[in-house]
Ligand binder design. Structure first.
Ligand code: FAD
Length: 423
């Protein structure tokens, strides 16, 4: 008999033991469905299909990598910031090496342009020293110890700062091209990629999962959900806990004029505010040589709200009535006001960026260069989740928090999910 998985049908804690029983019986011919055709979903599909598994990627858009994967800074993070021992720290280190090898094997661009994290005043030195400790503990290749102003200028002649850390192996890539190349491998190994199929329902059926989409219906032995900005919505289809919820944070970029791009050799980052999971507005020379400034972090008014005009009453109402909304607003309202002002007023955005690059003028900021929306998970008390999070409900594995550096880490996340959840 069909058994609809719903909030009351499958209690969350009990679901974990169902998952363990399910894992024992998974065979090579069992069918695995993967919801989401961003880099994480496609990397998981590639990992599994390379091991002989039968996989189907189900993506709602008409092309892959349409959301976070196609709207990010394009940086392969070396692992400077992450607390040692966390999933972010370990999977970023492993993922960085896998992405480098993959780009090399496929002839895709991989440019080690290097990153400078810059403290502009003494208040940032303690946080910079903590980054140094973490970078060393995480084994970041080639990373410098704390350097002074003269060395900063040798690396980035136009930067202003009193101290910094240099990570020469931080690289620029094209994550859309990487995702497409991974998808090519999936298809070559016999896997299917369904585009334009939005998953609208999942039903437990004799230990398997019936997946209903806007265009099809199929039954899988196991399902992995990597739905990014929609990951909490899809999690609800299988009765998972409502927490963590996704809070969409938009990050907007400006592109520098080709003439002013000479002010930046590689990547220049601020010392991030340890209270937030975001890295702060930075300068990034991309893989195709354009230099971008950003991303900021403004609350988006829709999950896929790439500009102020994209408003979803449903998404906004859901965020406002979440129990964590008030504590988060109380704690961070000032930063929120600053970010929104910087988004609406170019001179404020420019003033922030000029802290590191005093020669930057408003005219150097040629035009807005799109935006990405971060799928940031937050809990009921208003806390923003820092580490990657994976849950299991019956035969369904749910990636519930895969923010930066998940693109860098994607191939390592794939190995981790396969080993821990699908063997
Ligand atoms: C502004 C910004 C800058 C960033 N910079 C970096 C960086 O430099 N380096 C780095 O490593 N990381 C960076 N990140 C983070 C990185 O982009 C993400 O962690 C990564 O792309 C997550 O991949 P994903 O596959 O989980 O999600 P996504 O790429 O968002 O893919 C999820 C997919 O699921 C699909 N989907 C959703 N719901 C359904 C449904 N119901 N049915 C079918 N399909 C569905 C969506 O259409 C989407 O294609 C950045 C992110 C942002 C937003």
């Amino acid at each position: 008999m069909d058994d609809r998985i719903g909030p009351t049908a499958l209690p969350y804690a009990g679901a974990r033991s169902v998952a363990r029983r399910g894992r024992e019986g998974l065979g090579m011919t069992d069918r695995i469905g993967i919801v989401g055709g961003g880099i994480v979903g496609v990397a998981i599909a590639r990992h599994l299909s390379a091991g002989g598994r039968v996989v189907t990627v189900i993506e709602k858009e008409s092309r892959l990598a349409r959301h976070q994967t196609g709207h990010n800074s394009g940086v392969v993070h070396a692992g400077l910031y992450y607390k040692p021992g966390t999933l972010k720290a370990t999977l970023c280190a492993a993922g960085r090496e896998s992405i480098r090898e993959f780009c090399h094997d496929k002839g895709l661009p991989y440019r080690e342009l290097g990153k400078l994290v810059v403290a502009v005043d003494e208040t940032e030195l303690e946080a910079l020293a903590e980054i140094e400790r973490r970078a060393i503990a995480n084994g970041v290749p080639g990373v410098s110890r704390l350097i002074g102003a003269s060395r900063l200028h040798e690396i980035e002649p136009h930067v202003a700062g009193i101290a910094g850390i240099h990570s020469p192996r931080t690289a620029a890539v094209d994550y859309v091209a990487i995702t497409e190349a991974m998808a090519h491998d999936v298809r070559a190994a016999g896997g299917r990629i369904l585009l334009g199929h939005e998953v609208t329902q999942m039903i437990a059926e004799n230990g398997r999962v019936r997946v209903i989409t806007s265009a099809s219906e199929d039954v899988f032995d196991r399902v992995v959900v990597c739905a990014g900005l929609q990951s909490d919505v899809v999690a609800r289809f299988v009765g998972a806990d409502a927490a963590p919820k996704i809070l969409p944070f938009r990050g907007e970029y400006w592109e520098m004029t080709p003439q002013s791009a000479r002010l930046v050799r590689g990547m220049i980052y601020p010392v991030p505010d340890p209270r937030f999971p975001f890295l702060g507005v930075h300068f990034t020379r991309g893989v195709y040589d354009a230099v971008h400034i950003g991303p900021n972090a403004v609350p988006a008014l829709a999950r896929e709200g790439y500009g102020w005009s994209r408003f979803s009453a449903k998404d906004t109402w859901e965020s406002l009535r979440w129990p964590g909304a008030l504590p988060l607003a109380r704690q961070h309202w000032r930063m929120g006001v600053d970010e929104v002002a910087g988004s609406l007023l170019k001179p404020l955005y420019a003033r922030r960026a000029r802290r590191f690059l005093p020669e930057l003028t408003m005219a150097d900021m040629a035009h807005k260069h799109g935006a990405g929306v971060r799928a940031q998970a937050w809990g009921r008390s208003g806390e923003l989740l820092d580490d990657f999070a994976v849950d299991q409900v019956g035969a369904v594995t749910l990636l519930r928090n895969a923010p930066s550096p998940a693109a860098t880490s994607s191939m390592a996340i794939a190995a981790y999910v396969a080993e821990r959840h699908l063997l």
